[in-house]
Write a protein of this length. Structure first.
Length: 380
């Protein structure tokens, strides 16, 4: 009886500690940060007309697409580093537009930062060099957080401090309007309960608050609900809470295709997408839903990011087919390789990172000739 009372007391103390910890987390991470003062002198982004004028003489618009994938984000960076070696230019200088989700949004935004000489501050090789140490800093949490959340069962797996420190090291106080390369980033806004496509250009050229601190935008865009706590912030009088849109859209290729197509209907569009070792739908078929009823529905929900990525790629290919039939020039360059082993997106162990590097090397080997051709096309 005494042992039972002791156990019940320990359980009660544990749940009281959990309650107190989550109250503290809520107060700390859900406090709304007002960014209006910081952005008040830099509200409006460039217009579509300004972009059209910038590329009036260009025959081809080059577009880079990077999807989510956690630690697998190192793979496209290694491929892009090789492309940089072949061309002698940084990735943000090779592409006119970039679009990314989750870890792809982080990498695209960093590569889009301007330097002091009309170039780009960071290359893909720069990011790749520090990638493992940075991702380990991001995917970290103290022992007490793991204990009080039962290793992420009752809360986010990680605390955001490590991630924010890494992002702040790259972005500082820079805003979306400060980027040199045109960038498109999808986010899911919890306040509006809607998918939002954030761009560093303003389609209507109005006076709305369209700018964001890159720290807020990219932290939210790469913030899966199960991994990190979201951060609320104000721009003007509008509250924003952004999270990773991966469940809704993990592949922004069709979105950037539509945006650039509308801006440049008479130019050739070259879209380059680099895979990162995900098994996009390989182990899932729609027959599972019909075959296994509620269990099939559960499979669909659990696999929705994978399915979203696969369907987005399929949709782009369908767009390419329709564009060809309409006599429009769209070139879709999809760099991939067959991966016969599992690459975990959230595992920062030496074993998994070695597999990620192994697949990156395989990607480079299998796509060597295509990269050489692409390098020539990009510098024409």
């Amino acid at each position: 009886m005494l042992i039972l009372i002791l156990l019940l007391t320990l359980v009660a103390i544990y749940f009281l500690a959990v309650y107190a910890y989550f109250k503290r987390m809520t107060a700390k991470y859900f406090t709304t940060l007002d960014r209006t003062q910081h952005l008040q002198d830099n509200l409006q982004l460039k217009s579509v007309q300004q972009i059209r004028e910038r590329y009036a003489a260009a025959e081809t618009i080059n577009i880079l697409v990077l999807t989510g994938g956690g630690v697998r984000g190192l793979i496209p960076l290694q491929v892009l580093a090789e492309l940089e070696r072949l061309t002698g230019k940084k990735t943000g200088e090779l592409f006119d537009f970039m679009a990314g989700t989750s870890t792809g949004a982080i990498n695209c935004a960093i590569m889009a930062l301007a330097d002091d000489a009309a170039g780009r501050r960071f290359s893909a090789a720069d990011i790749a060099r520090d990638y493992v140490s940075n991702i380990r800093q991001m995917f970290s949490a103290p022992w007490y957080h793991k204990f009080l959340t039962v290793f992420g069962l009752f809360g986010p797996h990680y605390l955001p401090e490590g991630k924010l420190k890494v992002l702040r090291g790259y972005f500082g106080e820079a805003t979306l309007a400060d980027l040199a390369t045109n960038l498109l980033v999808p986010v899911y806004d919890l306040v509006e309960n809607a998918l939002r496509i954030i761009r560093n250009w303003e389609p209507k050229g109005n006076q709305h608050y369209t700018n964001y601190l890159l720290l807020d935008l990219i932290h939210g865009a790469s913030n899966p609900p199960l991994l990190f706590s979201p951060q609320a912030f104000l721009v003007g009088n509008k509250k924003k809470v952004f999270i990773d849109p991966g469940v809704v859209i993990n592949n922004p290729a069709e979105v950037i295709l539509l945006n650039t197509w509308l801006m440049f209907p008479n130019k050739k569009l070259r879209i380059v997408q680099i895979a990162n070792g995900g098994d996009d739908g390989m182990h899932y078929r729609h027959s599972h839903m019909a075959e296994f009823g509620a269990y099939g529905l559960l499979q669909y929900l659990l696999n929705s990011p994978i399915i979203s990525s696969k369907f987005s790629t399929d949709l782009v290919l369908e767009y390419i087919k329709e564009a060809g039939e309409a006599y429009l020039e769209v070139d879709f360059v999809y760099l991939d390789a067959k991966c016969d082993y599992k690459l975990a997106s959230g595992d920062v162990s030496d074993e998994n990172m070695a597999k990620v590097q192994q697949f990156a090397n395989q990607m480079l080997d299998e796509n060597a000739s295509r990269l050489a051709t692409l390098a020539k096309d990009l510098v024409v």
